[in-house]
Design a protein around this ligand. Structure first.
Ligand SMILES: Cc1cc2nc3c(=O)[nH]c(=O)nc-3n(C[C@H](O)[C@H](O)[C@H](O)COP(=O)(O)O)c2cc1C
Ligand code: SF4
Length: 370
């Protein structure tokens, strides 16, 4: 029977246990996407027990930041800070992977030739005009993802996670909610997946066979339904064939339009379960994707619960367990989980303050830090 403390190897990743810190944007980088002491401190405090740390979304281009102060991997000047970050995590005994992303039309307003990149012009917020990408621009972005992955490895990361979830650029291409293209990058799942799969292949070519590639996908997009679709399962198999080593199985909640006092609006699509969501509410998703793809998977979504963790590992519903907000709220949550002391965790209040600080343009903060 699998346990939280069991080791696992995936490609070059040698994980000391089954706990993962998923990507958690801090909005704490300096101008130019540079790693700061605040970023290093956040990871240093949370890397001493988990098996794997997936560093927050790093933009592959200056115009692909999901928040104003995203860390970046678009420029060699970012390498020294990224090296320090990889070292900080690995010195604590965790494997280190960094998520690479272009926010597409779900970005904060920012200048740049591919700001607001989009498959078909779906608008996520009133202050960002979508830019429908042509084929040359898609090719350019594929190269940007590959170059960013090359920098990640040069900085000492064990691999990369391609961000294909939460309605940032790649998931906008995969989802029929946002992709109505009629060229080879649209239509059926093979067409909608063509751009993300080309990114996987280019990243693999760039970093070689013995570095891990993780892919984060939406198993479910709740604005479209609550079930994992056949398209998603087909996509997970395509990712396996393209060279992905590990699938990070996430989801997107319903789309909620938020009207602001100044007349602007944005469409909020959350990656986190609300208070009403049960612990482990999404555990069927990784189980289904694992069976279809034959790849190891990461489960996420209110997983810091003894019964949920025990059952998920025992029933082989997942290989790895990611704990997001609970690690923000209590940096020692992983130690406590591994020691079986779940009752000692300072329970996340599920207040979404961490998200709303960033929405206001501030550095991410948790109510427990005040
Ligand atoms: C403040 C904050 C920032 C996040 N940033 C990212 C990110 O950069 N990339 C990503 O894929 N998911 C991001 N997420 C989603 C988490 O990785 C995770 O999937 C989500 O919080 C659900 O897990 P939980 O219930 O354990 O919190 C973020 C979540 C929070 C709360
Ligand atoms: S701000 Fe609220 S939701 Fe976010 S981690 Fe802290 S307690 Fe949890």
């Amino acid at each position: 029977m699998k346990k939280l403390s069991d080791k696992l190897s995936v490609n070059n990743l040698v994980l000391r246990n089954r706990l993962v810190m998923p990507a958690l944007t801090t909005n704490a980088a300096a101008e130019g996407g540079l790693v700061t002491d605040a970023v290093l401190d956040f990871y240093s405090k949370r890397s001493s027990a988990v098996g794997l740390v997936i560093v927050e979304a790093a933009a592959v281009r200056h115009d692909g930041r999901l928040v104003q102060n995203s860390i970046g991997l678009w420029d060699d000047q970012q390498l020294p800070g990224m090296k320090q970050l990889a070292e900080t995590i690995k010195n604590k005994g965790a494997a280190a992977v960094v998520q690479i992303n272009h926010a597409g039309a779900r970005c904060v307003p920012q200048p740049g030739p591919l700001a607001g990149a989009s498959p078909s012009g779906f608008q996520f917020r009133s202050d960002v005009d979508p830019l429908v990408l042509n084929e040359a621009q898609i090719e350019e972005l594929i190269s940007d993802f590959a170059a960013a992955a090359g920098r990640a490895v040069a900085a000492g990361f064990d691999g990369v996670e391609i961000h294909g979830a939460h309605f940032y650029l790649l998931s906008q291409f995969v989802s029929p909610y946002t992709n109505q293209r009629e060229d080879r990058y649209g239509g059926d799942i093979a067409g909608r997946a063509a751009f993300p799969l080309a990114v996987v292949e280019a990243v693999r070519k760039q970093i070689g066979p013995v570095r891990a590639i993780l892919y984060r996908l939406n198993a479910v997009e709740q604005m479209l339904g609550d079930e994992v679709t056949e398209d998603t399962l087909a996509f997970s198999r395509m990712l396996a064939t393209a060279g992905v080593d590990l699938l990070d199985v996430s989801f997107t909640g319903p789309a909620v339009r938020q009207e602001l006092d100044d007349g602007s609006w944005q469409l909020l699509t959350s990656s986190a379960l609300t208070r009403e969501g049960k612990f482990g509410a999404n555990i069927d998703h990784p189980a289904t994707v694992k069976k279809a793809s034959s790849l190891p998977v990461i489960a996420v979504g209110k997983m810091a619960d003894r019964e949920v963790v025990t059952a998920a590992l025992k029933q082989d519903q997942t290989d790895l367990i990611a704990v997001g907000r609970q690690l923000i709220a209590d940096p020692e949550a992983a130690e406590k989980m591994l020691a079986g002391k779940f009752e000692e965790i300072n329970q996340c209040k599920e207040c979404f303050n961490c998200f709303s600080t960033m929405r206001r343009g501030e550095q991410m903060r948790c109510v427990f830090w005040d």
